[in-house]
Ligand binder design. Structure first.
Ligand SMILES: [Zn+2]
Length: 393
């Protein structure tokens, strides 16, 4: 099956997917009056609309913008209940703390597989409708062996990007016995979860896990063939970034409080800094300065961190709008970070760009420019989505 999307007014290719950062260069690899040929599940050709090859089906973009599908590299989509009351109280002045996770743990343990599965599919549908074609999903609301195994197994039904986050927070039954909980996470729980997961993650933060505990978790996961990624420096400065870089993590996520040494270490590494603008928005924390990171040469990604506590949005366009307004990114940088940046954070070379050989994950916008994604926050701007070459929206 050959599908030609033609008459594209503005095509974001992100080619090359990870461009050398040249001052003033367009990170989006923009083409005008362009066409894209999809053949089966891959991009087969990209070029001027006038030179477009024949196809079985032709889609007229009518001068509108086309971008790669969003790669949302950080989410917590398998959970029970919600925390609307906590959000409401926070907006009235209560502070966000890592311990709130425990209320979601109770609701998740009490939910059946089918309840969690239906919820998960609902989130994926709403993400797809907003242009997200790849999503990473973490466990971390079970915090006992049986429930963590269920969460990674359910996540693996819908994405290859599954992260075992048994070390999300110390559960109530292990209060003041964090090291014993880490024994469980790095032992029997890891044995049960590793077969379903690609990634190992830990919340390295005051109130969650110390640096030595985090190191144990990550090293145990690496020994089982999982690749590391780290939640760090969300609520205050710490040594999580240095640990992540030392262990070759694909990504450090949050990074709200970074020292100059952290920024230098990231810039000299292959570790992506994943910005989660929905978190600062929903917790009224200060936004990290993306300009400082990008100007230092750090590769950045944008993700939603969809979760019931600190960021219950599933909208990459919303996160792009916030990153542009409050993290000082250009629109082109933000869209690149939400597509190619997410792919880099997942160490994927087959998504995040529109170029021959890449997976055919393509989004046709209702607007003639991708700028509208930041310029018209909250407005549904996605007209059509192809996922692996199949029309999904
Ligand atoms: Zn998270």
């Amino acid at each position: 099956m050959r599908i030609l999307i033609t008459n594209i007014g503005e095509l974001t290719t992100n080619t090359p997917a990870d461009p050398e950062r040249v001052e003033g260069a367009d990170p989006c690899g923009t083409l005008h009056d362009a066409a894209v040929l999809i053949e089966d599940d891959r991009i087969a050709w990209v070029g001027p609309a006038d030179d477009a090859p024949d196809a079985d089906e032709v889609v007229d973009a009518a001068g509108r913008a086309v971008i790669p599908g969003f790669v949302d590299s950080h989410s917590h989509l398998v959970f029970g209940g919600d925390r609307a009351a906590e959000f409401e109280a926070r907006m009235q002045g209560q502070k966000y703390a890592a311990g709130g996770i425990r209320s979601t743990v109770a609701a998740t343990r009490g939910a059946s597989d089918d309840e969690l599965r239906a919820r998960l599919r609902g989130f994926l549908d709403e993400m797809l409708a907003q242009g997200t074609t790849t999503v990473e999903i973490k466990s971390g609301y079970g915090l006992d062996l049986a429930t963590e195994e269920r969460l990674v197994r359910l996540a693996a039904e819908v994405t290859p990007e599954v992260t075992f986050l048994g070390a999300h927070v110390v559960p109530a039954e292990y209060a003041d016995r964090g090291d014993e909980y880490v024994d469980l996470v790095t032992g029997a729980m890891l044995d049960a979860c590793a077969p379903h997961a690609k990634w190992i993650d830990v919340f390295c933060e005051t109130g969650a896990f110390t640096v030595p505990q985090s190191r144990r978790v990550l090293e145990a996961g690496i020994a089982r063939g999982l690749q590391p990624r780290v939640h760090a420096s969300q609520l205050g400065p710490g040594e999580g970034v240095q640990l992540a870089v030392e262990l070759g993590a694909a990504s450090i996520d949050h990074g709200t409080y970074l020292t100059d040494a952290d920024v230098d270490a990231l810039a000299a590494s292959d570790t992506v800094l994943t910005l989660l603008p929905g978190v600062e928005f929903s917790t009224r924390q200060p936004y990290p300065d993306a300009r400082r990171l990008i100007d230092a040469g750090v590769t950045v990604a944008i993700a939603c961190d969809t979760n019931p506590g600190s960021s219950f949005t599933s909208s990459m366009p919303f996160c792009i709008a916030v990153a542009v307004r409050d993290m000082r990114m250009t629109v082109a940088e933000a869209i690149h970070a939400a597509t190619a940046g997410g792919a880099a954070a997942l160490r994927r070379t087959d998504i995040g760009a529109i170029a021959p050989g890449m997976r055919a994950d393509v989004v046709l916008l209702k607007s003639t420019s991708r700028v509208h994604l930041a310029y018209r926050p909250g407005v549904p701007l996605v007209d059509a989505v192809w996922k692996d070459g199949v029309r999904a929206v």
